[in-house]
Design a protein around this ligand. Sequence first.
Ligand code: SF4
Length: 257
Amino acid sequence: MFQLSHHTIVIFSRCPMQYRFYTTPEIRKRYRKERPFLTLGENIHDTLNSFYKDFAPGDRTLANLEHLFREKWKRNRRGFSSLDEEREWGMEGLRQLRNFYLGFDVTKDPYLLPETYCSIELANAVSLSGRIDRIDHEPEGLHIVDYKTGSPLEDSVGVVTDDDCLQLKLYTLIIQQSHPDIPVVKASYFFLKKGEFRSIYPTDDMLEETRSRAIGIAEQMKNQREFVPRMNALCAWCDYLEICPIKEKIKNRQERR
Ligand code: SF4
């Protein structure tokens, strides 16, 4: 079964060679790098998940949320070059959690908090999977929410990725196919940095278009024979920079900046 996800689509579109490295398990494992923004994202997601599972609605206070985050952080503090850097990222995490606390009614349990990847068979021999953060049950139907803690692209270049909300559309496909009895009426990113939602309201046409697009991309990935390196704004954060055939060109460009 060929496995497709929003993450692999993003990598493939950005740089076919990075995709090739990422989907070769030995290379992926050998060159995986720890990054501060990954640690922040993991700890925040983990904290928010435990917050609902471990605390009764009346105990979901901001103090308990922050305490939980500090406990998670003690167990996952990878990728920092100094204590000062770690402290800065930790403070950012606390700021983001406060925004979360203001943005949600924490006394209301989510309908679903998926523990692992959700997956569907998208087409013959093609599966689509995604790690969905939470699903709420609203009066008209389901609301999928994806927490965003920021990304290197947003931080360094000031550009927001995923302009057409492809990730939300793919998640909607997954949930609509696995929970056909309840309509998905809304899917949202919740940007924890600013405490803001960005939402789409899925329609049948939107989902059909997304399904065809995803199947088309899967075909392209399966049939790709040449995985060329494509220099882009995120090369500096690429785990495979040291083995990239155009690393000198990338370094020269970085030095010229
Ligand atoms: S460093 Fe840049 S060009 Fe090279 S594999 Fe990574 S993303 Fe592609």
